[in-house]
Ligand binder design. Structure first.
Ligand code: G3P
Length: 285
């Protein structure tokens, strides 16, 4: 079995990681390519009274044992009104030691990219809560100067457009994936991998495969539906039809500006950071 995208599971439960890996292997694929987590997904499973950070660490350690060759995204967390880029770098440096195959999730904000610009020279990163092509332009430039090749390998950089949350607002979230891929491909440097996230249904998977999104992260429930349907793949003339959703047009954006000059603001990024913090706090207390 072959997919043009790496297949990740989006969740907080190692049992799902294991099951998805087994299903993929039974289907003739080499297994799950990676796992994304976030504070909400971890909070959902945390027993009351548990030390939240220890629980997060234990969870990703279990996941890491199941898919030692995949990457596992671990997020930085903090009060959005006070979290500094220095604190994010410090959290990143700590979290990257949790497992050998971790990758650090930083938010798609000015402070998040300040931290990314520093930390991408030290370890792999996944820029999360992305909702616009312009934000993706900033991510591209901020991470352009990666550390020199080490043993033939560079630290990976992912960007995670959250398609489902744009759909929820009546916008065609998958357009952001299509637009970013087009922009990055036009520029010719593939140092940022596009990870389609906030996937809600099988058509999201099919269109992401059709677009050759570098990675797709899929909640277990949707993954199961796709697997039960025989891991359907899109035909060459696949049409992603989403009546009722407003298209997000492609914009000509040059990738040669200072990254701070791009408009990084998106309401859904701010809402998302706050929601992650609130969900995390529910277990910290
Ligand atoms: O990968 C991102 C994902 O966890 C967010 O998904 O469904 O909360 O928008 P959702």
């Amino acid at each position: 079995m072959y997919f043009p995208s790496r297949i990740f599971i989006d969740g907080g439960d190692p049992a799902e990681t294991k099951e998805a890996d087994t299903i993929l292997k039974k289907g003739g694929y080499h297994g799950l390519d990676g796992q994304t987590t976030n504070p909400t997904l971890i909070a959902k499973r945390a027993p009351s009274g548990v030390k939240a950070l220890d629980f997060y660490k234990d969870t990703v350690r279990e996941m890491s044992k199941i898919i030692p060759n995949g990457t596992i995204s671990i997020q930085v967390i903090g009060d959005p009104s006070t979290l500094t880029s220095e604190e994010m770098v410090s959290q990143a440096r700590d979290r990257i030691t949790w497992i050998p195959n971790g990758i650090i999730k930083l938010p798609c904000t000015q402070k998040g990219l300040d931290a990314a610009e520093i930390f991408c020279k030290e370890g792999p990163i996944n820029i999360t809560l992305n909702f616009s092509q312009e934000q993706a332009a900033a991510v591209y430039v901020a991470t352009l100067r990666l550390a020199p090749l080490a043993q033939g390998k560079r630290n990976e950089v992912y960007i995670s457009p959250f398609v489902g949350r744009l759909d929820d607002k009546g916008e065609k979230g998958m357009d952001v994936v299509a637009n970013i891929l087009e922009m990055y491909r036009a520029f010719g440097d593939s140092h940022v991998k596009v990870l389609t996230a906030s996937v809600r249904n099988v058509p999201h998977i099919l269109y992401a495969l059709w677009l050759k999104s570098d990675i797709i992260t899929i909640p277990f429930k949707v993954f199961k539906e796709w697997a039960d349907g025989g891991f359907l793949q899109p035909p060459k003339d696949y049409l992603y039809d989403t009546p009722g959703l407003t298209e997000i047009p492609y914009r000509e954006i040059n990738l040669d500006q200072d990254w701070k000059s791009y408009d990084l603001h998106h309401d859904l990024t701010d809402v998302g950071i706050q929601r992650f913090w609130d969900d995390w706090n529910a277990i910290v207390k």
